[in-house]
Design a protein around this ligand. Structure first.
Ligand code: C5P
Length: 226
């Protein structure tokens, strides 16, 4: 299991400071909309200069198929290591994105976003009119058949997804509170032990690391547990 640290801090300087503190640790960095929309690709180049981090660019693409495929190609050209697409963009969009990416010399890992971990059952039903677990299973099958590499999901759906597709189909799980910290706005949170039990391949941790007084020590503690 790999640790992916969410760089959701308010300024570029704070994000770069955190990355510098984490230099040398075996982890991924997750660059989200906040940093990317503010700083663009220059920010990712700076991160790569700081350390040998692998980068997950979490932009959750969602648009018509051709626009999504164009965006995927642009992101792939910048050498990020993982990107994600909303599964609800549909099978045609997902397949066209993968076809486009597979024409390139190398491509990032591509994950499908199923149900955001900020959704509880009621909030999810209000939008999708579907049971959350059934919807996640359905999204996952579509992503698997469209040749994506895995899913972004809550820990509680990781096994379900692997059983519905393939054990090698990756799961990346946000909503992790490694040592049962404050859940903030996340509804479906789990600790490391639970993530292990559910066979998650990646855990994403943001606030429990960057709000800690000693983020490097916190990461080391998490890595020890993994
Ligand atoms: O601070 P926290 O650990 O809650 O951060 C979780 C990160 O994972 C945030 O960057 C959030 O945008 C992202 N994420 C999520 N749920 C998803 C997909 C991504 O929380 N389903």
């Amino acid at each position: 299991m790999k640790l992916c640290v969410a760089l959701d801090l308010a300024s570029k300087e704070e994000c770069l400071k955190l990355a510098s503190e984490l230099r040398g640790l075996d982890l991924w960095l997750k660059v989200g909309m906040r940093a990317f929309y503010r700083e663009g690709f220059a920010f990712i180049e700076e991160l790569k200069k700081i350390g040998d981090f692998r980068i997950f660019l979490d932009l959750k693409l969602y648009d018509i198929p051709n626009t999504m495929a164009d965006a995927c190609e642009e992101l792939a050209k910048f050498g990020v290591d993982m990107i994600n697409l909303h599964a609800s963009a549909g099978e045609i969009a997902l397949k066209i994105c993968m076809q486009r990416l597979n024409t390139l010399k190398s491509r990032p890992l591509v994950l499908g976003v199923s149900a955001l971990t900020s959704f509880d059952e009621q909030g999810f039903h209000q939008i999708y009119k579907q049971n959350l677990k059934e919807a996640v299973e359905n999204f996952s099958k579509i992503c698997f058949e469209s040749s994506l590499d895995g899913m972004v999901c809550s820990v509680f759906e990781s096994k379900l997804i692997k059983n519905a597709t393939n054990q090698n189909f990756l799961t990346l799980t946000p909503g992790i509170r490694p040592f049962k910290e404050e859940s903030d706005d996340q509804k479906r949170v789990a600790d490391i032990q639970r993530a292990k039990q559910e066979n998650a391949d990646f855990i994403v941790v943001g606030r429990p690391i960057y709000k800690d007084n000693e983020p490097r020590k916190k990461c080391e503690r998490i890595l020890n547990e993994l």
